[in-house]
Ligand binder design. Sequence first.
Ligand code: FMN
Length: 407
Amino acid sequence: MRLTVVMNSSRSNDHIPARYDVENVDLASIDGVLSTTRSVRLRLDLDRSVPNELLLECIDVAEQGPGGGNQSSRRWLIVRDPDQKKRLSELYWESAGKWMVSARDKLAGTDHRNASVMRSAAHLAENLERVPALVIPCIWGIHDDSKKPGLFDSVVQSAWSFCLAARARGLATAWTTAILNNDEEIREVLGIPEGVTPIALLPVAFSAGGDFASISRRLAEEVTYFDNWGHTWEHRDDDSDRAIGEGPGVTVEVDVDAPPARVWSLITDISIGAKFSEEFQGAVWIEPSDVAAIGAQFVGTNKHPKIGEWQTTSTITEFVENELLGWAVGDDQESAAARWRWEIDELHGHRCRLRHTVRLGPGPSGLTPAIDAMPDKEALIISRRQQEHLANMQRCVQGVKALAEDS
Ligand SMILES: Cc1cc2nc3c(=O)[nH]c(=O)nc-3n(C[C@H](O)[C@H](O)[C@H](O)COP(=O)(O)O)c2cc1C
C-alpha cells in the first residue's frame, strides 16, 4: 500500500518503501551511512547541479521522522536562486564567515586541534554562494519556553534524516547554524513569517570524491549512565543483579569558565581533592615526586565514618598535559583496586569541561570483604559506594571550578 500520494503533483513518494524487512537488513550499509555522514565543506562539488528530485526524495525520507502531536509542522526551504544565495552568503559572511577565515589564517601551519575544522569552515564561508542548493529546515513554532512539544524536538531529527538520506544518494551536506545569529535578516531575505523558526542551513552538493570516514568519539560506556546520572559500567550484563566484576564506576563533570591550563595547574596537585572531599584526606609522593612521570607513586589517606582511616599507594598511569591525568590505586591498571582520572576538554571561548571519573576494580578493593561477607547485598553495596563517590567527586569538581574561576 502507498504511504502517501502527493496530491496535485506528478511526484509521489513511492521511493519510500512501504514495508521494510529488518530480517534482511544490511547493517553495515546503514551503520556506514549513520557514522560517516560528516560535515562536508571542502569536498563539495560546486560545479555539478543537484536535481530537485533528489532533494525532494530526501525530504520525503526526512518527513518520516517523528513529530510532537503527530502534526505536520516542518517546512523546508530550498534556495537555488543565485541572488538569494548571494544574499545568504553575505549574511553568513557577516555572522561567522569573516571570523572563520581569520581563525583559519591564524591557525594555519599550527598543530592546533581546530586547524583543519577552521580550514574547512572558512572554505565553505568563502564559497557558500557557489553551493548548488542551500536547504533550510524550518518548524512552525518559536522558542517560548512553553515546554510544549513541536519545536526543535520535532525538527532536528528530521533535518538529520535529510542529511543521512542525502549521503546515501552521494550528496554531501554540512550542518551549519552560524547564519541564524542574523535572525531578522534571514527572515527578511527568505520571507520566513513570524511564528516559524529556521533551525539550520544545510549546503548540499554532490560530494567531490574521496571516502568519508567515521571519527574518534568517546565510547558508549564513557557517555552512558545506567539507572542513575553518573553511574557507569564497563560491561553491564543484561538484567542480572549488579556485580563488582562488571566494572562499576562514577563520572562527574562541570563546565569551567577558565582555560584548560588553569584547571590543569589545579588538578595536577595530587592532594587537591582533599580540600573538598569528605573521604580523601590528602596524599604524599613517594619518589619520583612528579605527576608527569608515568610510574610515579604517591600514598593517599582516606577516612570513612564506618571504616575509619586507611592508606593506599597509587601509581600515575596516564599523563597528557592539559588534557588527562590518570592513576591506578595499586601498581598498575590491570590489578588496580580502582582507576581514577581527571580529564579536561577544551570548549570554545577559553573555557573547558572538567571530568572526573573512577572505575572500581578490576582488582580487589575495600568493597571486596563487604561483598564476600554479604554476597546477597552486592548490588546494594555497589550502588551505595557509587553514590558516596558521586557526592565527593561532585564536591571536588565544583571546588576546582570555583578555584579556577576565582583567579
Ligand atoms: C549545532 C551545530 C552548529 C554548527 N554550525 C556550523 C556552522 O555554522 N558552520 C560550519 O562550518 N560548521 C558548523 N557545524 C559543524 C561542526 O563544526 C561539525 O559538526 C564538527 O566540526 C564535527 O565534524 P563532523 O560533523 O564532520 O563530525 C555545526 C554543527 C552543529 C551540530
